[in-house]
Write a new protein. Structure first.
Length: 256
C-alpha cells in the first residue's frame, strides 16, 4: 500500500459544486451571525465565484467576513453551525470526486480536503465524507471564544502550500508521490507542491498553465466527466480519465 503519499482536494468547485462559504453564510444568517444585506452580498459573490473563479481580493473579503462573523462566538456555537453546513456539503459532493477519493483510498493513500473555510467545519466535513482529514483556516481562540484574528496563515493560495508542507513533515508523506486536485489558479502553489497535480473544472488561467505544463485536465458535469486536456494520447474522455486515475492506483499496488 502507498502509505507514503497522500491526495489533497480543494473543496469549492472541485470536491463539491458551488461554494462552501455561501453554505456557511446561510447557516450563519439563520443563527443571526450575519445580516440579510451581508448574506445577499455573499450570495452574489458565490454566484460570481462559481462562474468566474476566485481572486485574491475575493478571498480577502471572504476571510474578513468569516473572521467578523465568528468574532465573539464560542467554539461550541460554530460546531453547532457546522452540523447544518455539513449536511448541505455532503449533498453537493460530486460523484466523480467521490470515485477519485475511493481510488486513492484503495491505493492506500490518505486523503485530505484543503479549504479556506474554517478548520472546524472542514475537519468535521472530511470525517463525514470519509476522508482522512481536513486542512482549513485556523482562527485564534481565547477561553473558548473566537477573537476574530487568525492564529495560522490564511488557508488560501500560498497558505495552502504551507499547511500541506507542515502536515507532510508531520506525517512523513512524500509530496513527489502525492496528488492534488483544484479548479483555481489561486491553488497553483498547492498543485506545484506535489508530483501529480490535476486541474479539475479549471478556470481559464489554470487551464492555460496546466496545458503548458502537461498536467491532466478534467471537467466534471452532473452526468459525465469530459476531459478537455491531458498529457497522454488516449482515445476517448473516459479512457484518458481512467488511465490517469488508475496509473496512481497501480503505483500504490506495486509498493504493497
Amino acid at each position: 500500500m502507498d502509505d507514503s503519499a497522500a491526495a489533497f482536494f480543494d473543496l469549492d468547485r472541485t470536491l463539491i459544486s458551488g461554494s462552501s462559504v455561501f453554505a456557511f453564510g446561510m447557516a450563519a444568517w439563520r443563527h443571526g451571525m450575519v445580516t440579510t444585506s451581508e448574506l445577499v452580498s455573499d450570495g452574489i459573490n458565490a454566484v460570481l465565484f462559481r462562474f468566474g473563479g476566485s481572486s485574491d481580493e475575493k478571498a480577502d473579503a471572504v476571510r474578513d467576513r468569516i473572521l467578523e462573523a465568528i468574532k465573539g462566538q464560542s467554539v461550541s456555537e460554530l460546531e453547532q453551525l457546522g452540523d447544518e453546513v455539513i449536511a448541505q456539503l455532503l449533498d453537493a459532493v460530486r460523484r466523480e470526486s467521490q470515485a477519485l477519493i475511493d481510488l486513492h483510498d484503495s491505493a492506500g493513500r490518505d486523503t485530505y480536503i484543503v479549504s479556506a473555510s474554517p478548520i472546524e467545519i472542514v475537519e468535521a466535513f472530511a470525517e463525514a465524507a470519509g476522508l482522512t482529514g481536513g486542512i482549513g483556516t485556523v482562527s485564534e481562540i481565547m477561553e473558548g471564544v473566537y477573537t476574530g484574528r487568525l492564529s495560522e496563515p490564511f488557508c488560501y493560495g500560498k497558505g495552502k502550500a504551507v499547511a500541506i508542507n507542515k502536515l507532510a513533515s508531520k506525517r512523513g508523506y512524500d509530496l513527489r508521490l502525492s496528488y492534488a486536485y483544484s479548479d483555481s489558479i489561486s491553488d497553483l502553489p498547492m498543485l506545484e507542491l506535489v508530483g501529480h497535480p490535476v486541474a479539475v473544472n479549471p478556470d481559464r488561467a489554470l487551464e492555460s498553465v496546466a496545458s503548458q505544463r502537461g498536467w491532466p485536465i478534467i471537467e466534471f458535469s452532473k452526468t459525465a466527466k469530459r476531459v478537455i486536456g491531458t498529457t497522454t494520447a488516449v482515445a476517448g474522455a473516459a479512457g484518458v480519465a481512467t488511465a490517469t486515475y488508475f496509473a496512481g492506483l497501480r503505483q500504490g499496488r506495486r509498493q504493497e
